[in-house]
Design a protein around this ligand. Structure first.
Ligand code: MG
Length: 242
């Protein structure tokens, strides 16, 4: 069965990575909710997509340049006054549900990994007893591997950009994943077809899709029976689920 994953809490339905998005996602029959984690200046685990505040909040500059005390005073755009959330708060929202967490560990400004972030995320999941309900992802292979070296989540996936898929080729991407013990790839949906599924499964890996936001793309993910896919329209995906 293909898992439907509410991307950033359903980013085309509600303001991404916000309390309102997560509370609404929690009412849906989706398998997982996806969100992104950065460090604050005082090393709190902050749920926000970008490394900078400008696009989604009324603040400016890098997330990591401000302490949680300052970040918590900022307002998420489109929420009518809600602040951003900490990882522990998102865990608390979903713990009473059957929805799993798909956590993307982000790099900081300039795509430089935050030293210590993977370990801190895994420690938080251990502390809250959520490891078996979590999928760990990153576009950075080293970050995914570092995270699972500290604790074992339900599974983990390396997210592959179209550029990397082109430059390395799918056989090269699969070889890199296998060499590092990563069991699943996430391909951009417009680069995920029957041939890609055959290549990835043939290499012994699982495959999922990201950026699946229209009906045709969502139907294709179900037709290809991928392990799961992230979507900004979890409502539409649930309607189209076979
Ligand atoms: Mg993400």
């Amino acid at each position: 069965m293909t898992d439907i994953v509410s991307h950033r809490g359903g980013a085309l339905l509600w303001p991404e990575n916000s309390r309102v998005a997560f509370e609404n996602t929690a009412k849906l029959a989706v398998a997982q909710v996806e969100f992104d984690v950065h460090f604050s200046a005082d090393r709190r685990l902050v749920v926000i997509h970008d490394a900078t505040l400008d696009r989604t909040t009324d603040g400016t500059g890098p997330v990591v340049a401000q302490t949680w005390a300052d970040l918590s005073k900022l307002v998420l755009r489109g929420t009518g006054g809600q602040r951003m959330l900490l990882l522990e708060e998102v865990i608390a929202l979903f713990r009473p549900t059957s929805i799993g967490l798909r956590i993307e560990i982000k790099p900081g400004p300039g795509r430089v990994p935050y030293p210590g972030l993977p370990q801190r995320v895994m420690a938080a999941l251990c502390e809250h007893g959520m490891l078996e309900r979590c999928v760990i992802t990153s576009f950075q292979l080293g970050t995914v591997c570092e995270a699972v070296s500290f604790a074992t989540p339900r599974t983990h996936a390396w997210l592959v950009t179209p550029d990397l898929q082109t430059d390395l080729g799918l056989p090269g991407v699969c070889a890199a994943a296998l060499a590092r013990g990563v069991p699943m790839l996430g391909l951009r949906s417009n680069r995920l077809d029957a041939a890609a599924v055959a290549a990835v499964r043939g290499a012994g890996l699982e495959i999922g899709g990201w950026a699946c936001n229209d009906a045709a793309m969502i139907r294709r993910m179900f037709d290809l029976q991928v392990a799961g896919f992230t979507t900004d329209r979890p409502d539409l995906a649930l309607q189209l689920r076979p």
